[in-house]
Design a protein around this ligand. Sequence first.
Ligand SMILES: NC(=O)c1ccc[n+]([C@@H]2O[C@H](COP(=O)([O-])OP(=O)(O)OC[C@H]3O[C@@H](n4cnc5c(N)ncnc54)[C@H](O)[C@@H]3O)[C@@H](O)[C@H]2O)c1
Length: 448
Amino acid sequence: MVIWNRRNFLRAAGAVSAAAALPGIPLLPAQEPDAAKPVAANDHIQIALIGAGGQGMGDTATAIQVPGVKLVAVADCYDGRLARSKELWGNDLFTTRDYNEILSRTDIDAVIVATPDHWHKQAAVDAMKAGKDVYCEKPMIHLYADGPVMIETSRQTRRILQIGSQRVSNIIYGKAKELLAAGVIGQLNMVTAYWDRNSSIGAWNYTVPPDASTETCDWPRFLGTAPKIPFSAEHFFQWRKWKAYGSGVAGDLFVHLFSGTHFITGSHGPTRALATGALRYWKDGRDADDVVLGLFDYREGFNLSLHVNFVDGGQESESLVFTGSEGTMEIGWDGLTLTRVPRETAPGYTVYTFPEAMQKEIIAAYNAKYPPHSGTESLAATEKYVPPKGYSDSYDHLKNFFASVRSRQPVVEDAVFGYRAAGAALLSNLSIARGQVVRWDPDEMKLL
Ligand SMILES: NC(=O)c1ccc[n+]([C@@H]2O[C@H](COP(=O)([O-])OP(=O)(O)OC[C@H]3O[C@@H](n4cnc5c(N)ncnc54)[C@H](O)[C@@H]3O)[C@@H](O)[C@H]2O)c1
């Protein structure tokens, strides 16, 4: 007889799906209906958070809305964030500066890794080796060498590793994927994406707390393998501005546009990249560019152009446009706009530089052959797809992760997908540094 405890429950294939309707989070049409079997109180997936900053706290708040998920511990290098975690999740929460104290606990099944990028590989690998499943924030890697190690560790340890690019679970992206596969916009020729910001926060100038010091911040632990420098509160709290901890626009924003593009097209990634970029405006000591433009070739037959700037004169805006031979799909913050533009069957004519009699002759012959259409009026028809009110793709992404933790079935965004998206994004930095085109084998995930 099988005694159902939390551990074998988690490992049993086909165990209940993690999600159910929650107040404020509608049941989502694009998701499979949740299994009817309720999650018993003692069947919780117990999780811990490693890196309790903005995204870590957001991910965790969302994760614990998934039925059957319980937070038991938090690790962070700043005491203020450990204190805030207890305020949010109770004094019983185990908190520590050293994530190894979390990994050695046998009552933790999975961890969320939401540290700065330069810790992703090590924290995820240490967690998997300690037997934990891992939800690791994007970008999966900081350096190219991180990718194979993370993929291999996930394979060897047979731990679930999901990367946190939530668009991969977004129902709007799912719709776009379906429309593209159905040929609704014809042959895909081009993808254009941008993410422009004008605010100081958009340019990563996050608040430094007034008590920031070597007393409250575990500076050596934060640095990890980064170059040893004296304590800097700006480096600690605004780490995205320095390449020692992040990869600038490429890892922060391009990677979302790549994961969206790869998910919708099914492509493994670009083969060539050419990028240009510079620090134009935020000359505050950072070394990461605030304007980056990249061009990428895909052997599936389309080209991708991306740009991000932090000096835009307008509101923060983002768009991802798929241009096909018979229409476009644009994904913005308000949903998906599909514009169908059927190919014209008539070639049109240019006759007005010819003698008048000849013009008349050509036009008469044309009208006899083709239906009346000047070629200038629009044939376009537009449809709009919007997510349900209050929709959260982060919830869906975490729900999908926990479903895999229970079922041991593949995740929606595994380490190979994560490496292909982040590896493609980092080509931009490489191209800017080298001042030349860089080549990448997206199947083998290797720089050429
Ligand atoms: N999926 C998304 O949409 C999304 C959005 C924002 C951020 N992110 C990603 O999430 C990650 C975190 O970003 P953030 O904005 O929350 O940064 P943050 O600076 O707010 O938080 C990072 C936290 O990690 C802690 N930390 C650093 N080293 C640590 C270590 N060795 N052990 C434990 N904790 C450590 C820091 O003290 C800090 O509190 C980044 O990789 C970022 O790219 C993803």
